[in-house]
Every structure is written in C-alpha cells, then in structure tokens.
Ligand binder design. Structure first.
Ligand SMILES: Cc1cc2nc3c(=O)[nH]c(=O)nc-3n(C[C@H](O)[C@H](O)[C@H](O)COP(=O)(O)OP(=O)(O)OC[C@H]3O[C@@H](n4cnc5c(N)ncnc54)[C@H](O)[C@@H]3O)c2cc1C
Length: 325
C-alpha cells in the first residue's frame, strides 16, 4: 500500500522540446530511466509523460487541425489522417509512436503506471488517439496507461463517456486521470484572437460540476475504468471518498488513486493516506529551462485561484501559531 508521506509519482517536466529527433530519443531514454528508478522504489507507482517531449509540437498541431476537419470516431479520424500525411511526416509520426511503445513496454514490464499529461486543446486529439491506442495494447488485464481528462473543457465529460464506451467495446481498461486543467488563460486568449468558440467552460461552477460528475461516473464504473482523482479541491476529494464508501468499495481499491502536486495541499494528501486511500504527490523535475514553464503556470494559477492557496496559507498560519504556543 502506498503511503502519502513518501508516495510520489514523478514527472519529467520536459515539454514542447525543440531539440529535434535526437532530443526526442534522449527524452525517451530519460523516461525509461525514470521508470527503472520508480520500479526500484516501493513508493513510486506512476510516472508521467508529456507527448510534446517525444514529438514535434507543430506536427501534433497539424494532425489535430486535420482531425478536426474530418468525420468519424476519434480513432477513425486519427487513422485516416495519419495515412494522409506525406512520407516524411508519416515516418516522423511512426518514430513518435515507436517511442511511446518503448516507454509503455518497459512500464508494463516493471509494473509502473504511465500517466499521459493533457496539454493545449489544439494538439490534444492526436495525443488522445495515441494514448487510447496504447491502452488498447497494454490495458487488457490491468491499467498501465492513463489519459488525462481536463474538465475545464466543456466537451470532456462526454469525451470521457465515449472513451469508456470504446474501452468496453474493445475490452480494455480505461485509465483516466481527472484534472480541471492548467491552460485556461492561454486557451481563452487563443480562441478570442483566432475567432473560434472557446473550448473552456463558461465559469468555475460549470468546471466543478463536470469534474464531480466525472468522478462519480468513474467510481460507478470502477470495474472497467481506473481513475486518478488529481485535484486540490476539498469538495471533489471528499465526494470521491464518500462515493467509494457509499458503493462499499475498499479505500485501497486498485482502480482508484488520489494525487496532489508536491508542495500543495498536504492537508488533503495526509488525511487521505490516514484513511487508507491510495494517494501520492506529483513531483515534476528536469532542467530549469524545461521546468520553468510548468512552474510559471502553477504560480499563475496560485495567484488567480485564491480559494485553495488562501486555505493553505490559513492552515500554515494556524500551525505556526500553535507551535509558538
Ligand atoms: C496530480 C496532478 C496532475 C495534473 N496533471 C495535469 C495535466 O496533465 N494537464 C493539465 O492541464 N493540468 C494538470 N494538473 C493541474 C490541474 O489541471 C489544475 O490546474 C490544478 O490542479 C488546479 O485545479 P484543482 O482541481 O486542484 O483546484 P480548484 O482550485 O478547485 O480549481 C482551479 C481550476 O478550476 C478551473 N477554473 C478556475 N476558474 C475558472 C473559470 N472562471 N471558468 C472555468 N474554469 C475555471 C481551472 O482549471 C483552474 O485551474 C494536474 C494537477 C494535479 C494535482
């Protein structure tokens, strides 16, 4: 069983790398080293990867745009668009798929879960399709690969349900890490400047409603679905624990896991661990230049989302006062 005090999953913070094919190969080796390290510890159940660390961002962008302009299910559109790439781009994409396969193969052998991060909506379709195809290969009897669902997007609750249908039909376990989403301002600005409807929910309440519905849908389907409740939101964490109890599901059910970012919401992490839930901290690492964009988003989030940060500061002040006696 995992203990919050030292349970972590590690994220090689490399994103949107611009080092070309050699850089993507090196990143793949790095991901594999991380998996090997995680497997040598008894408290690191997952590692996390960004597809922009192993393939050119602009190729993902091109695939996404073409997928948007074609009809059919996600996987049909994906297969059709990959076939229509020119020879060079097709080979480039095949190298990316091979890297992903290498990473998932080692993770599967070493029993470490692979969490594929969600990034900007304008590259997400090929990331989703690639991740689902990995689940189809590796998640037949246990959840190895997880996709990330950003519930600040108004289309993601139905996307989660569609993925679940596809998983049931093809007989694999759907791995779904549930987050609210970290690129809100960037998404809204791009949509406004390019004149398309924003993919983001109209307000925070709508994001919260869909997030909690996704938690509830996932817990209702824990047999064929494995979920990670990745949030600092106290209400959503509480809801998940209440639903597990009302459905008489074990706190350490192998298909449910909780996670918070390292350095945030230890009050939630420790209380979940104390009640026997499987919980970890998400620990990004990497060269400063690669991790800075990630840290900048957290800083922005902490200044724009006063709720959780305010609560955390309040708790720290209270504890300081208690220690001073
Ligand atoms: C373990 C872990 C892994 C993560 N992985 C990813 C990832 O792969 N991809 C990713 O994008 N993010 C990821 N995140 C970050 C996550 O998406 C959130 O940005 C962060 O957790 C804050 O949301 P919350 O649920 O914790 O808290 P809350 O404070 O309840 O929610 C804040 C979030 O609500 C949403 N929101 C705020 N205001 C509004 C508004 N006006 N309208 C609509 N929505 C609004 C935004 O998404 C904002 O970040 C991860 C977080 C964790 C804990």
């Amino acid at each position: 069983m995992l203990h919050a005090r030292d349970g972590k999953f590690i994220d090689n913070g490399v994103e949107g790398g611009d080092d070309g094919e050699d850089g993507y190969d090196k990143a793949t080796e790095e991901f594999i080293k991380v998996i090997t390290y995680a497997a040598s510890q008894d408290n690191i159940p997952f590692m996390s990867i960004k597809v922009t660390g192993i393939v050119r961002f602009s190729l993902l962008e091109k695939l996404d745009a073409s997928m948007h302009n074609s009809e059919g299910t996600l996987m049909n559109r994906y297969n059709q668009i990959v076939q229509s790439l020119n020879k060079e781009e097709k080979e480039e994409w095949e190298r990316a798929v091979k890297r992903m396969l290498q990473i998932c193969t080692v993770a599967n052998e070493k029993k470490i879960g692979v969490l594929v991060d969600a990034e900007e909506s304008w590259i997400q379709d090929p990331v989703d399709a690639l991740t689902l195809s990995m689940m189809d290969t590796f998640n037949k009897t246990k959840a190895v690969v997880y996709n990330t669902i950003q519930l600040y997007r108004h289309d993601r609750l139905s996307f989660l349900k569609d993925c679940f249908k596809a998983a049931t039909k093809r007989n694999f376990i759907l791995g779904a890490k549930l987050v609210r989403g970290a690129y809100m301002d960037k998404e809204r600005k791009r949509a406004a400047s390019m004149g398309y409807p924003s993919p983001i929910q109209p307000d925070k309440n709508s994001t919260d409603r869909d997030y909690d519905e996704a938690v509830s849908f996932s817990i209702d389907n824990l047999g064929t679905l494995a979920t990670i409740v990745a949030t600092h939101n106290e209400e959503s964490n509480l809801l998940a624990t209440q639903l597990l109890d009302s459905n008489k599901l074990a706190h350490d059910h192998p298909h449910i896991h909780f996670s918070q970012l390292y350095g945030m919401s230890d009050n939630i992490t420790f209380n979940l661990a104390k009640e026997g839930f499987s919980v970890s901290k998400y620990l990004p690492f990497g060269p400063i230049k690669d991790v800075v964009p990630y840290l900048m988003r957290r800083a922005q989030e902490n200044s724009s989302v006063s709720g959780q940060t305010g609560r955390e500061l309040g708790l720290i002040k209270k504890e300081l006062k208690r220690r001073k006696g």
